[in-house]
Design a protein around this ligand. Structure first.
Ligand code: PEP
Length: 249
């Protein structure tokens, strides 16, 4: 059975002190439920966050990693380094990594393999740009992103994959895909996976929606059949908003 997940991507926000404060506040306001909660602080705050959350049910994810295990890759972090501080989930393929750091499907496939080799869980992000949607190409783009980075995987690997559909035009813009647009795309994604693997496998994959999810729209988006939760950017930096989104389930 697939899981309901709400994950907060802090991006390049919150230094060490601010992160400790935010996590402490989250612990105060959070009430345990069926929904899995994940936060993804910047690298410098991963260790303190995972320590503070050790005895809670909130999990910690990294926002990125390199595909190599170690070596001459100045400024990079490997999956083994993340695991050594208790972080076993990583976000890969975020549109900001694709756009500002030229992360291609081929590079992401290497990162996916490296993460899985080290038994990490991946929140794999993808989504079309505004022009793609305007020209009616959103399904072709999304299908390509999933195929190119994930379809070389054996079925067994999918227990460690969570998908996050994030239309680029809805990220940080205040513009959200309508619940119907989200459901339509999520159903398409599930069908794409079913066609490649099986209906049992695709029914078990959690597909999150991301793009300007706020307390005001979370409930309606999460009520859609194929939407299993959200990847939250801006609203994850405000504990009251983030907990309201979690409670929208
Ligand atoms: C994101 O960056 O993954 C995101 C969904 O951001 P926001 O919620 O701010 O649109």
């Amino acid at each position: 059975m697939r899981k309901q997940i709400v994950a907060g991507n802090w991006k390049m926000n919150n230094d060490y002190v601010a992160s400790e404060q935010l996590v402490s506040k989250l612990l105060e306001q959070y009430t345990e439920s069926e929904t899995e909660v994940i936060i993804a602080p910047p690298f410098t705050s991963l260790f303190c966050s995972s320590n503070l959350l050790k005895s809670s049910r909130i999990n910690v994810a990294a926002q990125n990693m390199h595909y190599a295990e170690n070596g001459a890759y100045t400024g990079e972090i490997s999956s083994g380094m993340l695991k050594s501080i208790g972080v076993d989930t990583v976000i890969l393929g975020h549109s900001e990594r694709r756009a500002y750091f030229n992360e291609t499907d081929a590079l992401l496939a290497k990162k996916v393999d490296a993460a899985l080799k080290n038994n990490m869980r991946i929140i794999f992000c993808f989504g079309e740009e505004l022009l793609d949607r305007k020209s009616g190409n959103e399904e072709v783009i999304v299908e390509g992103q999933i195929k190119n980075a994930l379809f070389h995987l054996p079925a067994s690997a999918w227990t460690n994959i969570v998908l996050a559909y994030e239309p680029v035009w809805a990220i940080g813009t205040g513009e959200t895909a309508s619940p119907e647009q989200a459901q339509h795309m999520h159903a398409f994604i599930r069908k794409t996976i079913e066609n490649k693997y099986s209906s049992d496998l695709s029914a078990d994959v959690s597909i999150l929606y991301g793009g300007s999810v706020k307390p005001a729209n979370a409930k309606e988006i999460f009520s859609k059949e194929d939407v299993d939760g959200g990847l939250i950017g801006g609203a994850a930096l405000d504990v009251t908003q983030f907990t309201a989104i979690i409670n929208a389930f």
